[in-house]
Design a protein around this ligand. Structure first.
Ligand SMILES: Cc1cc2nc3c(=O)[nH]c(=O)nc-3n(C[C@H](O)[C@H](O)[C@H](O)COP(=O)(O)OP(=O)(O)OC[C@H]3O[C@@H](n4cnc5c(N)ncnc54)[C@H](O)[C@@H]3O)c2cc1C
Ligand code: SF4
Length: 510
């Protein structure tokens, strides 16, 4: 019997590694998948370095670890079964849910695969499925799920009621910082020998350089690698968040600043998604910080909403609806992704800066992902599958179970299984929540004309093009009343400006 650990299940505290302390562990570093798409080099360094650190920690504890560095999982299993023929493997269910392919690979080589529950989430599959069965509707609504989880777990609950009397403090969480606000320095970890070795190897092996976008792996422009690759480092990020970033996390959650790529966000997604941290311990730590008087209620509620609410919700909706998401394109969007998503070459100050951050660090915070990157792509009419693929390769925390529902379900409204309306906005939103517009060559208040902000015409054009689909949506009523105020001449001008923006984007001239 051997415990097979996937690269995003790096936990010694939970699951079969913890429960079967005497069994050997199997880890397979497989490279061919990493060559199929031009992943951000930091993402590859992160996963392979975290796996090697995990291997070394287990070996230091005296554990027997079979570690294979090969092209495919099939090759790794082949090598394993030569050494340990007819071995029985046990594995934690992957976060995305499916195991058919893994089982086939193992059985083809004469072994067996026992799949056990994935304990790296707060809500089990059975709990989520029961919650769905208990409702009489066939859509998934985050707010209902979040309240259900608060009641089930008792987190931030006081005698059956939400602590503070409200479920939601979003009203307090839409501020922008004053000009003299000093954002806290985001934690960074000097790469050790293992990480340096992986980083150099990734740069050598995946440096595919092609003339066409996405230019092989070389589309990115990586800063020195900085992300946590061990549980110890991940715990440091958590401690730093609670100590230095948590108070401002709530109020500035939706704010964007040119000079601060991290704002007061927790930067915990990579560690949570790799299994280095468990969401329950992250939430416990956040609640302690609040109860000790070191973070306000709006910050802690906002954080719990993200981790206990959105993260769990996305995972289970993906598990149940992955086939729906794979083909979803309810707004029939067919534009290819503009090339500047790879190069960062656009004069639009907000988009240029956010894409630059992605090229450098493989990261953008939530509101940049939703209201800059997705908002632009959605109003531009980009095919949701192309945008999803870009997010999947460009972000260090991307895994299908979390990227796809966020991009396809939330960001682009390609499916209505989890959102009731599209997250689209004109420059008003970006201007209100950021300091970008003041330094942008485009005019934030203009909709038509050469230097008008592209977000404005694209926004109205999006509403016009999708009227048949969206007007009947009761949450879009007010927005369409503004569209109704526009006469035919104005609508034609918007149409022309949107067409010109698309042409300019295709020419690489936006
Ligand atoms: C279009 C789009 C694509 C996204 N792609 C990913 C992705 O590939 N991987 C990923 O982990 N998150 C993704 N998110 C969710 C969210 O943007 C990131 O989790 C977050 O920005 C990570 O930074 P942080 O750790 O500093 O988060 P914080 O803002 O500090 O939030 C705390 C934690 O809450 C969780 N969280 C918050 N919102 C979500 C959400 N919508 N879905 C799932 N978890 C959430 C994350 O684990 C995060 O670490 C995406 C969101 C959008 C709109
Ligand atoms: S003017 Fe438009 S393009 Fe420029 S920063 Fe503002 S929203 Fe972005």
């Amino acid at each position: 019997m051997t415990v097979w650990v996937l690269g995003d299940q790096l936990t010694r505290e939970h699951g079969p590694v913890a429960k079967r302390p005497d069994e050997p562990v199997l880890l397979i570093e497989a490279y061919a998948f990493a060559e199929r798409l031009p992943y951000h080099p930091h993402k590859l360094t992160l996963v392979f370095s975290a796996m090697r650190h995990f291997r070394d920690e287990l070996r230091d504890e005296g554990r027997d670890v079979h570690y294979y560095q090969v092209e495919t999982f099939g090759d790794g299993l082949e090598a394993h079964f030569v050494d340990y023929s007819e071995d029985d493997l046990t594995i934690m269910r992957p976060a995305g849910g499916r195991t058919d392919r893994l089982r086939e690979l193992v059985e083809k080589r004469g072994g067996s695969l026992d799949v056990v529950a994935n304990p790296l989430f707060c809500c089990s599959s059975e709990q989520f499925d029961d919650w769905v069965d208990g409702r009489n509707v066939d859509t998934y609504r985050h707010e209902d799920f979040y309240r259900h989880m608060r009641r089930e777990t008792g987190i931030l609950m006081d005698d059956g009621d939400p602590v503070g009397g409200e479920w939601n403090y979003d009203e307090d969480n839409r501020e922008t910082p004053p000009d003299d606000w000093e954002p806290p320095d985001p934690p960074a970890f000097e790469p050790d020998e293992t990480t340096r070795e992986v980083d150099e190897w990734v740069a050598d092996r995946f440096d595919g350089d092609y003339d066409e976008p996405p230019y092989g792996g070389s589309w990115a422009d990586p800063d020195p690698f900085r992300w946590p690759v061990t549980r110890e480092q991940a715990l440091e990020v958590l401690a730093d968040f609670c100590r230095n970033r948590f108070t401002a996390f709530g109020p500035y959650q939706d704010a964007m600043r040119r000079e601060s790529w991290a704002m007061s966000h927790s930067l915990l997604s990579t560690s949570l998604n790799l299994g280095l941290l468990h969401p329950a311990e992250v939430i416990d730590r956040a609640i302690d910080t609040y109860e000790n008087g070191n973070a306000p209620l709006n910050s802690v509620e906002g954080f719990v909403r993200q981790v206990l609410g959105w993260r769990e919700f996305m995972r289970h909706v993906y598990r149940r609806e992955r086939d729906t998401f794979a083909e979803a394109n309810q707004l029939a969007a067919t534009e290819p992704l503009p090339e500047f998503f790879w190069t960062g070459e656009t004069d639009m100050a907000c988009l240029g800066d956010v894409i630059d951050g992605v090229r450098r660090r493989g990261y953008a915070h939530h509101i940049e992902r939703l209201m800059v990157l997705s908002n632009f792509a959605t109003t531009f009419g980009v095919d949701p599958r192309a945008l999803n693929q870009w997010f999947h390769v460009a972000f260090i925390d991307a895994y299908h179970w979390v990227t796809t529902p966020n991009v396809v379900g939330m960001g682009t409204f390609a499916s209505d299984v989890l959102s009731t309306k599209p997250y689209v906005a004109s420059s008003n939103y970006v201007d209100r929540m950021s300091d970008y517009c003041g330094s942008c060559p485009y005019h934030k208040t203009k909709t038509i004309g050469e230097n008008a902000c592209p977000f404005n015409a694209l926004y109205w054009d999006f509403l016009g093009r999708n009227e048949a689909h969206l007007r009947s949506n009761h949450r879009m009523g007010l927005i369409y009343s503004h569209w109704d105020d526009k006469d035919e001449t104005e609508r034609e001008a918007i149409d022309e400006r949107a067409a010109a923006i698309r042409k300019a984007a295709r020419r690489g001239d936006l």
